[in-house]
Design a protein around this ligand. Structure first.
Ligand SMILES: Nc1ncnc2c1ncn2[C@@H]1O[C@H](COP(=O)(O)OP(=O)(O)OP(=O)(O)O)[C@@H](O)[C@H]1O
Length: 258
């Protein structure tokens, strides 16, 4: 299986704290990996390093053989990596469309010259972005598509999460990083959001997903494979059933009161 994302020896230090400790991590095209581990084990740091929010201390990372190690968030976005955040990061007073469209700008920022001199092209891009945002929103919830020009603050929690996922998907990423999508939602909302994700995966079979999640039912349902971190190190990699039987995982994760 050829890796889409390949990381080796990925390390991030904050002073004396090693948040990510020589992590080797690979994801194949079309694969969904459940990334779990106790609080503070380095999951979000891994996402932050991968997406250029934190500069890595050492190691290597590539997406489809394109070097993304230590690159800017924009160039990593252009290479095909998109993400959501653990805490809802919507601009609640802006429209659903504005929030989704940010995903395009992140991957393809507008330059001053094109804004000033290529107005026709800009208009065409805007129309295409509206059409794509509407299509994505409707795919998750037809009512969300109808609310495209309403403030995001009017939405329910599950629709806010859907908007964040649409924002990540609008730039057609090849790798989607989801950071605890169930946070702040009821079990029923989480189940419906995972239904959405699984339905989307059927339509986009090449999309690779890494899902950070504390809810084991979610991990069991959507993951092809699981990776467990503890103190920034990978302590397990394999199938869900083997993971929950693994003694080191039980001690580190399940045994820590999660
Ligand atoms: N910007 C930062 N500065 C200093 N330390 C940090 C920073 N970000 C994360 N850390 C530390 O790095 C370690 C890993 O944190 P991280 O947020 O990646 O864990 P996590 O597995 O995502 O935890 P959780 O499940 O609680 O979200 C923790 O000890 C945390 O305090």
């Amino acid at each position: 299986m050829t890796a889409l994302l390949a990381c080796s020896g990925l390390t991030k230090r904050f002073g004396g704290l090693v948040a990510l400790d020589g992590l080797d991590f690979a994801v194949a095209q079309g694969e969904t990996i459940g990334l779990v581990g106790p609080n503070g084990s380095g999951k979000t740091t891994f996402f932050n390093v991968l997406t250029g929010l934190y500069s890595p201390t050492s190691g290597a990372a590539s997406l489809d053989a394109v070097d993304i190690f230590g690159k800017s968030p924009q160039s990593i976005g252009r290479a095909g990596v998109a993400r959501t955040f653990q805490r809802c990061r919507l601009m609640l007073d802006q429209t659903v469309f504005d929030n989704i469209a940010l995903g395009v700008l992140r991957a393809k920022p507008l330059g001053l010259l094109s804004t000033l001199f290529r107005r026709g092209r800009l208009r065409a891009d805007l129309d295409a972005t509206i059409a794509r945002a509407h299509q994505l929103a409707c795919r998750f919830n037809p009512q969300l598509g109808a609310a495209l020009f309403r403030p995001a603050g009017d939405l329910t929690m599950i629709d806010r999460r859907r908007v964040e996922i649409c924002r990540a998907l609008i730039a057609n990423p090849r790798l989607l990083l989801l950071d605890e999508p169930s946070a702040g939602m009821t079990p029923d909302e989480t189940r419906r959001l995972m239904d959405d994700l699984l339905a989307f995966r059927e339509e986009a079979p090449h999309l690779a997903v890494v899902l950070v999640e504390h809810e084991m039912d979610v991990i069991r349902r959507v993951s092809d494979r699981c990776v467990v971190l503890n103190f920034g190190r990978k302590i397990f990699e394999g199938l869900f059933d083997a993971m929950i039987e693994d003694r080191e995982v039980q001690t580190a994760y399940l045994g820590s009161g999660q």
